[in-house]
Design a protein around this ligand. Sequence first.
Ligand SMILES: C[S@@+](CC[C@H](N)C(=O)[O-])C[C@H]1O[C@@H](n2cnc3c(N)ncnc32)[C@H](O)[C@@H]1O
Length: 434
Amino acid sequence: MIADPSAGQAARAAACALWIGVFRDGASLDAAAEQSPAFDRLRGPDRGFAYACAASAIRAHGAIAHALSQWLARPLPDTAWQAQACLHIGAAQLALLSIAPHAAVSATVNVAAQIAPKFKSLVNAVLRKIAANPSAILAAPIEAWAPAWLLARWRAHYGAAATEAMLRAALTGAQPPIDLSVRNVGDSAHWAERLGAQILDGGSLRLPANPGLIVDLPGYQDGAWWVQDAAAALPAKLLRFDQGAEVADLCAAPGGKTLQLLARGAKVTALDSSPDRLKLLRQNLARCGGEAEIIAGDLSAWAPERRFDAVLLDAPCTATGTLRRNPEVIWRRTPNDIARMAALQRQFLRQAGARLKPGGSLVYAVCSLEPEEGEAVALSVDSAMGLSPDPILREEVPGLAAAITPDGALRTTPALWADQGGLDGFYIRRWRRL
Ligand SMILES: C[S@@+](CC[C@H](N)C(=O)[O-])C[C@H]1O[C@@H](n2cnc3c(N)ncnc32)[C@H](O)[C@@H]1O
């Protein structure tokens, strides 16, 4: 149970603002949090409570919408964003955060009185119905938890049972745990003990639930480790190169994989087109004491003469594989996004392959569950590209042998390691330049 903070109304109003930022304005939850003055004004537990309300309402968005559709005599107008926000944030408190019904209903109705006065009585009536039967939300059929078009694609590719397992693991349980990559692998046991973390197969550390502010944890300021999902740590581990090798990290920001490559002794050239994300990369390098050549530029237009010993392409994608941490992605994407990203990824993969020296290693990765962005992009590699498949071996991915595909790629999904808190969905494939 999350403690109900004293200034609960301001926190709930901020949670509504974040919800509107995501669903009306199309921001990610973190971007909405950065841009919201109401959220910015909150401090301490109120801030955490507002974020938890919004995050849980977003994770269970489909299930809450399904339940509301049954409790509302007729749908709210499409423009009634404030009223919708109050209903969703109220429902999340009652059904997911186990907030005392009286506090959840009265404080949320007070918010409705301010931001959606026309709908105050309706919000009150519906939240009371939810309070009488909060378990109805989590009991929503699995079909309610994701948009119908996405569910249909996943069922076609992964099968109905695997799709249900992915959605349950990603959305219906607790918030996913936070994973760390340790700079000096030899120090992993030390940091696991200091942080009370579990060492996962493959070496990432998994923090216990509610670890507190990341920046306050021991080792953060010294750059002894950085936050990185255990699946996101795999592509850089799978790239083959020797100490001192020249490695291009394409689409590198905010730099989790750059840090891994540096920790393995590479001389890294890190390219990304986003100035804001490159700023984070620079901060991460400064904190962790690493140096890389940084190129701000569009990969489509990058054609240097030089060749690299190894190239990592962590391509931009729809990021549907990160739905356990960023549940809004599944509600913001469209089929067009998948087609657009896949076309860009095919182009980027050609460019990445062309930057390799003979014998060099290439790893392509996307945090998407969509086969068009993973499997189909890998299949677009043709003989003219001079790349030979370099299958991923079981011993390279401890605990993930089942995720190796027959053609030697790695396909992780949120259903993997579900009993330990899950894993992001990635597609990873490796080649060698002939
Ligand atoms: C999946 S993220 C990279 C994450 C990063 N590799 C890490 O581990 O921290 C994809 C990146 O591609 C970058 N990107 C998108 N379009 C690009 C382009 N045309 N040229 C270069 N980078 C691009 C984005 O700015 C984003 O940082």
